[in-house]
Design a protein around this ligand. Sequence first.
Ligand code: MG
Length: 437
Amino acid sequence: MRANARGSGTCVGCKTGKFYRNGKIAEYVSGDTPLAESDGGVTPPVVIKIIFTGIIYMKKIALVGCTGSIGSQTVSVVRRHPDMFKICCLVARSSVEQTFALAREFLPATVALTAPSRNVSAEDCPAKLYLGQDGALRAVEASGADIVVVACGGFAGLKFSLLALKMGARLALANKETLVCGGDIVMPLGGDIVPIDSEHSAIWQCLNFERRAPFKNLIITASGGPFRDKNFEELEGVTPEQALHHPTWKMGAKITIDSATLLNKGYEVIEAHHLYGADYAAIKTVIQPQSIVHSMVEFEDGAVLAQLSNPTMELPIQLALTYPERYDCGLKPLDWSTAFSLEFLPLVREKYPMYDLALHCGEQGGIAPTVLNAASEEAVAAFLNKKITFCDIWRVSREVVEGAENCPAVSYEQLAEVDSDARARARKAISKRYNGN
Ligand code: MG
């Protein structure tokens, strides 16, 4: 058997090399003679059995939201490192064909569709198939994943995150509801939570992968979205097509609109508050139009560390799977032989009402961010369906937030109820604007 740099078992006459142990590359040395090879065969003069004290295995990944933007890029990371990762569970909402194609490629133990687009039967699927929301949770649990990548959008993502932590798996987090809505119930559980969002990943890297390391301020960068130079009043007539055109990132429709209103930046401040235990006063935001500086950390002595790279989500996704090790992620490096400039512009809270509203809800805490999240989702959907204007997204969201009584967030069930109640009130507010009743 030929020695495999990241393999396991018997190693033939290898002198030095690397192996993969407990998720880390480690050097090994054996003092033996090298391989002799002839005509494609191997004639080992001496066979050494290396018995590793640690179990060598590929990290098993459960990928929740496997057909979305982050899910597809996670798949691409796994394809780049097939010797390091094994997808053991695929969860998608409705895309039957795409999910089954991934299942045929990666042969996971379990597959789940929460709301399949057509009737499916177990024979269609090359893995054990689960259906429905509860089925998807069972599929993740049964897969025995080491890492659960929660890359689905929506409130249900919180349930997968809670499950991942209960399983003792690493939670690689791309679902915003988990911390925006559920931060108060998720963080007390402890566990290995690693960020996938580029801003939180940048902070995590600047903190040397220690979420609880001391710092003075976190500085979150924002591209500013397509309307960063306009005042809010000028945006009344913005069309969905204009708002869906993000200058830097290609993402799903909802998050692209949230980037245009800067609601997404407000959410990122709330997430940073939970993830890094930062007071809101210690979280600054700054517009960095080139999207090269992904965020920064200022320390007590005034030093500021930043993480720079060309924009790509594959870097933070891959790092969430491999940290503290770094590997090639196919990223085009920055070109230091060509002059380029980096600008930093102050992000004025008053200029972006959705950002301001998000910070207000974050500072209030409790269920307020959940109310905002639900109301804004309904409002964004109505804007995309051309029922309300771009500025109405804020008006509807504010109305629902102001009409809600705040209280502490205590459980998933409570938050799910708050979510559906806020949605109902948002739909009413939308209907009043659209139909006049
Ligand atoms: Mg982001």
